[in-house]
Design a protein around this ligand. Structure first.
Ligand code: B12
Length: 217
């Protein structure tokens, strides 16, 4: 795969709302390379460029919605792929990680990429996605027996508005906070642990910490 070619193909398809060509470019990309390479090589730079073009006023809201929706659908479809052999073996005791955005946060695409990369590394990822009430996250974390919870938000206030509920969650499960809203002061206020801003590095760090937390895995 040549990321530049894929990105060029995608852009020309997006400009004319050519859903079939865009689907093909994304499908080829995700078929050809390991997920983490596709995420770092194309998906994240592409989303960043969508943002830059949108902010510069050279990409319409319609284009942004079109491409965001398509990428999200393609990435979500990857969760329909049968789990890796290690996840089919219940005795392997792979750790469970629950991922969600707090209430009011709809930017969940990077979090979805992280969920998929964790799954690729043999983690049982449970993705709740955007705009999830904190009590619902807590109930799900308990029911799933989560070894860790990963939250993402763009603004510190999206976390701090629920500081006491998040601290209660962090008392029961290790909570990691990421995204632009996860500054040091916010992490301290909600009792969360940091993750690297780079999603691929974050997955490496998380997998390392999970294997320490869950011992035998
Ligand atoms: C796509 C997009 C949307 C999509 C989201 C689709 C989805 N399901 O994710 C939709 C259409 C839903 C959307 C909605 C809105 N959006 Co919007 N959106 C964007 C856009 C264009 C791209 C976001 C993105 O994915 N960026 C690419 C990633 C790669 O960059 P990043 O988010 O900064 O993340 C980096 C790190 O923070 C980190 N990271 C992020 N999350 C995580 C998670 C983990 C676990 C880890 C480890 C790392 C990590 O990884 C990235 C690389 O380092 C940005 C523009 C931009 N410049 O980002 C606006 C932008 C974020 N949106 C914005 C706004 C205002 C909105 C709306 C309020 C618009 C409206 N009026 O309706 C709504 C609702 C927002 C809400 N309530 O949450 C503003 C935010 C302003 C602010 N200061 O917070 C932006 C910056 C655009 C702008 N300049 O106005 N949006």
């Amino acid at each position: 795969m040549d990321p530049t070619t894929t990105s060029d193909e995608l852009w020309s398809a997006v400009e004319t709302f050519d859903a079939e060509a865009a689907e093909l470019a994304i499908a080829r990309l995700l078929w050809d390379v390991p997920l983490s390479a596709a995420v770092t090589g194309v998906v994240l730079p592409f989303l960043g460029e969508v943002g830059d073009r949108w902010e510069a006023g050279t990409l319409s809201v319609a284009h942004e919605h079109f491409v965001s929706d398509m990428l999200r659908r393609k990435l979500t479809a990857l969760t329909a792929v049968p789990p890796t052999p290690v996840l089919q073996d219940a005795s392997a005791a792979a750790p469970v990680v629950l991922l969600a955005c707090p209430p009011g946060e709809r930017h969940d695409m990077v979090l979805l990429c992280v969920a998929l990369m964790l799954r690729e590394r043999g983690v049982r990822a449970r993705f709740l996605g955007a705009d999830t009430p904190v009590p619902a996250i807590r109930t799900a974390a308990r029911a799933a027996g989560a070894d860790a919870v990963v939250l993402a938000a763009r603004r510190p206030t999206t976390f701090t508005a629920h500081a006491s509920a998040l601290r209660r969650l962090a008392a029961d499960h290790p909570v990691y906070a990421a995204g632009r809203g996860a500054d040091a002061q916010t992490l301290e206020e909600i009792g969360a642990r940091p993750l690297p801003a780079d999603p691929v590095r974050a997955v490496v760090v998380l997998v390392g910490e999970l294997s320490e937390l869950s011992g035998s895995w």
